[in-house]
Design a protein around this ligand. Structure first.
Ligand code: ACO
Ligand code: KIV
Ligand code: MG
Length: 515
């Protein structure tokens, strides 16, 4: 039987370190539930000492998830370990992940510690973490630029102190596959008690090699891979979960291990992370990009019609793309709607929520011929957004835009239930709509990002808009979808404004302040 490859997902921690990708507690719980359904082994839910908001988020994930291990990150610092322990306490299976840098440049210039001090601190903090849980992971940050002899000493000491997982990170994405594989092999061979721990790898994508390096590590004995949905993460991102999992599964002839994952959850997870963070998935992204299983050229189409395997090494439905993607329209009934949602693993808590979603589906089907899975996902995200504390709600929007004329928008908003109206000109229809909203809401938020993506192809597609606003150091993302992109933009803007005025539960991981 093949070894198990443990999948450690860090979308909610390292993924969140991606500038602009910070998530609220509830968003983290929603993603964690999908990861759990996917049978991800370990979910790193955050960095509890970073802020009260992140502490609460890790705790909420620990309460909500029962099947996966829930992990909190901690520096090799007592208060970090204690805080992480407190946050993961409700978890059925909880892990503390503590780390300290071992490279000369990090030890000398960042930590201002000698190698002996670093080694001693690592041991002390692994021991401290073990007082709270048997499941302790230790990482040597910047292992890629660390001296191999020193690294061996630190890892041996960490295992003796009780670390069950030893993680070897390429923190700065500097390695290349052959070298990274060799490094893992050398460490496993040279660390005397290496058989007492699971060896793990954590690769960044600065040279676009995070997945290749992770796979090289697996081929050389690593049995845990740290990765994120859509490759989200610090700078150029982390190794992408979907690519690693599908590479190992598709090339069983090469890898002597496999994961426990239900890969059909991959596409729903990818869409959810993209929706929540506002980071679109590029169409040609492996596995989860819109074109990943699309064939345009005649010779390929001919081959696929004759025998799918001529041009497809994986089945689209195995990663969560629907086999038949064009089923619903305005003549579809509640049963078909419900069945398709079930296939997409979208659940409603109450019959009332389902009915509301069905109504929105019918409204959309009136505007758009075919309703694709992506439309359904957006529809459900919209419902979630509506459930969030809505101080401002869009009642109506009228925009006049004509060649040679200045666009003008009239908006009616319900502000805590009371309707208010305003009109404003703008440089374009979206600008006019935002200005009209501003004159009712008086937002004073600064627009950091505005992006529109079509959810599916065709001019009748829904536009999905992400708006990022900043006010007083607080950054929020708003989302909206509609077949009319000006209305989608207004919805996204209002969603961001509602979040700006909500209590500060969102955290900025890099400054550790509630924002
Ligand atoms: C490679 C990675 O991804 S590491 C994780 C990166 N993620 C984050 O940093 C997000 C969360 N971070 C935060 O919220 C904050 O940085 C906090 C709460 C952890 C610390 O905040 P502050 O106390 O204000 O410290 P600040 O961020 O300015 O500097 C980091 C301090 O931690 C020290 N430090 C960094 N890593 C470690 C470590 N692994 N173990 C022990 N100390 C460490 C630094 O040397 C520095 O110490 P100094 O203040 O004595 O010089
Ligand atoms: C905390 C560690 C594992 C990390 O994220 C890195 O080194 O990149
Ligand atoms: Mg990292």
């Amino acid at each position: 039987m093949n070894d198990q490859l443990i999948i450690f997902d860090t979308t909610l921690r390292d993924g969140e370190q991606s500038p602009g990708a910070s998530m609220t507690r509830d968003e983290k719980v929603r993603i964690a539930k999908v990861l759990e359904r996917m049978r991800v082994d370990v979910i790193e839910a955050g960095f509890p000492v970073a802020s009260p908001g992140d502490f609460e988020a890790v705790k909420a994930v620990a309460e909500a998830v029962t099947e996966s291990t829930v992990c909190g990150l901690a520096r090799a610092v007592e208060k970090d370990i204690d805080r992480a322990a407190e946050a993961i306490k409700p978890a059925k299976r909880g892990r503390i992940h503590t780390f300290i840098a071992t490279s000369p440049i990090h030890m000398q210039h960042k930590l201002r510690m000698t190698p002996e001090q670093v080694l001693e601190r690592a041991v002390q903090m692994v021991r401290r973490a073990r007082q709270y849980t048997d499941d302790v992971e230790f990482s040597a940050e910047d292992a890629v630029r660390s001296d191999i002899d020193f690294l061996c000493r630190v890892f041996e000491a960490a295992i003796s102190a009780g670390a069950r997982t030893i993680n070897v990170p390429d923190t700065v994405g500097y390695s290349i596959p052959q070298v990274w594989g060799e490094r893992i092999k050398t460490l496993i061979e040279r660390v005397p008690n290496s058989d007492k721990a699971i060896w793990s790898t954590h690769c960044h994508n600065d040279l676009g090699l995070a997945v290749a390096n992770s796979l090289a590590a697996v081929l050389n004995g690593a049995r845990q891979v740290e990765c994120t949905i859509n490759g989200l993460g610090e700078r150029a991102g982390n190794a992408s979960l979907e690519e690693i999992v599908m590479a190992v599964r598709t090339r069983r002839d090469i890898f002597s291990c496999d994961t426990r994952l239900d890969t059909t959850q991959i596409v729903p997870a990818s869409r959810l992370v993209s929706n929540i963070t506002g980071f679109p998935v590029q169409p040609n992204k492996a596995i989860v990009g819109a074109n990943a299983f699309a064939h345009e050229s005649g010779i390929h189409q001919d081959g696929v019609i004759k025998m799918r395997e001529t041009y497809e090494i994986m089945r689209a439905e195995d990663v969560g793309w629907a086999a038949n993607r064009m089923v619903l329209g305005k003549h579809s009934g509640r049963n078909a709607f419900k069945t398709r949602l079930k296939e997409l693993n979208i659940e409603f808590k109450t019959e009332q929520e389902l009915n509301a979603a069905f109504e929105r589906f019918k409204d959309l089907a009136d505007k758009k011929h075919e309703i694709f899975d992506e439309d359904l996902q957006a529809l459900v995200t919209e419902a979630d957004l509506e459930q969030e504390n809505e101080h401002f709600r869009l009642v109506s929007l009228k925009v006049c835009s004509q060649t040679g004329e200045t666009p003008f928008a009239n908006v009616t908003l319900a502000v805590s239930g009371t309707e208010k109206q305003a009109g404003a000109p703008g440089s374009g229809p979206v600008d006019a709509a935002f200005k009209a909203i501003d004159s009712v809401a008086g937002s004073q938020g600064q627009l950091l990002l505005y992006s529109v993506n079509n959810i599916t192809s065709g001019t009748d597609s829904q536009g999905e808009v992400t708006v990022r606003l900043e006010r007083g150091g607080r950054i929020v993302n708003g989302h909206g979808a509609d077949t009319d992109i000006v209305i989608a933009s207004a919805k996204a803007y209002l969603n961001a404004l509602n979040k700006l005025i909500a209590p500060a539960e969102r955290t900025h991981p890099q400054v550790g302040q509630p924002i």
